[in-house]
Ligand binder design. Structure first.
Ligand SMILES: [Zn+2]
Length: 386
């Protein structure tokens, strides 16, 4: 493991760059599993393992007078629990964990929340929607997932009749890999947008975003110029924004874009501590990049839909690789999210045809002027499962 810059080194390097044209990364590598790195006074960074191409999630510790606040917890797999016990023993300076915050309800964030809060008898802090969604999904059986709603959802998107059966096998495999919803603590303390938590003498403001998950909490500290962004703002990968069979008419990309607009207020010199990839400067650049990425994807979809198209037909427009069933599910959810925002903007019309499938057709008379088919971003490699 190479030299990790101290907090001061990292920040003075930042200060030198008066005009920031791209993202900068003060750390070149992740902390070793079972260890932590101080990224600011009282703020420590650690990672926990994840399967797949991502291989890690970043978690953070905030030091308070009486103990530590944990922000996000890792997957519900034995390896993560073991690593946590190493952290408890060697990295907490003999103090207990006094609270756990989960930014949102996904399994890599909430997986060990019950273990940690039971171990220390400390509270879990979450937004209300995330907590109850986690609780609902953690008790959802396979048969509840693979029901007629799911079947209809995928058939209308143009998928084969046995696709749900393929998915059922996928869920069983994912649950063996710790990607299913774990049991969550029996109660929680509610976080709301604008709440301020005082931790170790610093005020941390809760900033809520939506789209990747319904009520995702970020933590912003003006004094330290730090934002813990969860999956709301990631520097390299694009967070999954999907429509799912549980809410087939949802419009998550609309609130995702609105959230990006709101987060553009974040001061430009903020160090962003994301849940995946490395900490970075350049929050506004990244948000602008993400906004234009989704606008570009939507325009590419409109250009494709000058002839009526199935949702399934749009996968090659958005992703370049041949997709396996799990990726296919995420990819389809993303394609439908883009279509729903286009419908909301009156740029795409949806018709349910005799064959039980939706066809999508571009209807904006201004499309010809706006379109630039030769000029699009390359399709993404494959959707990211976070
Ligand atoms: Zn997530």
């Amino acid at each position: 493991m190479g030299h990790q810059p101290t907090w001061l080194e990292a920040h003075s390097r930042m200060h030198d760059e008066s005009i920031m044209s791209e993202l900068t990364y003060p750390y070149s590598e992740h902390p070793m599993p079972g260890t932590t790195v101080e990224v600011a006074p009282g703020v420590r960074w650690l990672t926990m393992p994840m399967g797949g191409s991502l291989n890690h999630i970043n978690l953070y510790l905030l030091e308070d007078e009486r103990g530590w606040w944990v922000v996000d917890t890792g997957l519900s797999i034995p390896q993560t629990a073991e690593l946590w016990h190493e952290i408890f023993n060697s990295e907490l300076a003999g103090k207990p964990v006094v609270a756990v915050i989960c930014t949102h309800m996904h399994p890599d964030h909430i997986g060990q929340s019950k273990m940690i809060t039971d171990h220390f008898r400390c509270p879990l802090y979450m937004t209300r929607t995330e907590y109850y969604q986690a609780k609902a999904f953690s008790t959802m059986s396979m048969s509840q997932r693979a029901n007629w709603l799911g079947q209809e959802f995928y058939e209308r998107a143009g998928m084969p009749r046995d696709y749900l059966e393929q998915l059922r096998k996928l869920w069983e495999r994912r649950s063996a890999e710790g990607m299913s919803m774990p049991e969550v603590p029996a109660g929680f303390r509610r976080l709301e947008d604008g709440d301020v938590l005082t931790i170790g003498g610093h005020d941390w403001r809760i900033v809520v975003g939506s789209g990747h998950s319904p009520e995702h909490a970020c933590l912003y500290c003006a004094a330290l110029k730090i934002m813990i962004s969860g999956d709301q703002i990631l520097p390299v990968i694009t967070s999954n924004v999907s429509v799912h069979p549980t809410e087939p008419e949802a419009n998550p990309l609309k609130v995702w874009m609105e959230s990006h607009d709101r987060f553009l207020d974040t001061p430009a010199d903020t160090l962003v501590l994301p849940a995946h990839n490395l900490p970075f400067y350049g929050v506004r650049e990244r948000l602008r990049e993400l906004i234009s990425h989704h606008e570009d994807r939507m325009l590419a979809i409109e250009e494709h839909c000058v002839e009526p198209a199935l949702a399934k037909d749009l996968l090659p427009v958005l992703f370049k690789r041949k997709l396996e069933p799990p990726q296919m599910m995420m990819a389809l959810g993303e394609a439908i999210a883009h279509l729903h925002l286009l419908m909301h903007r009156n740029r795409i019309k949806r018709t349910l045809e005799e064959d039980g499938c939706y066809r999508f057709l571009s209807i904006d008379p201004d499309l010809e002027r706006r379109s630039h088919p030769a000029d699009h971003d390359a399709p993404n490699d494959a959707p990211v499962m976070v």
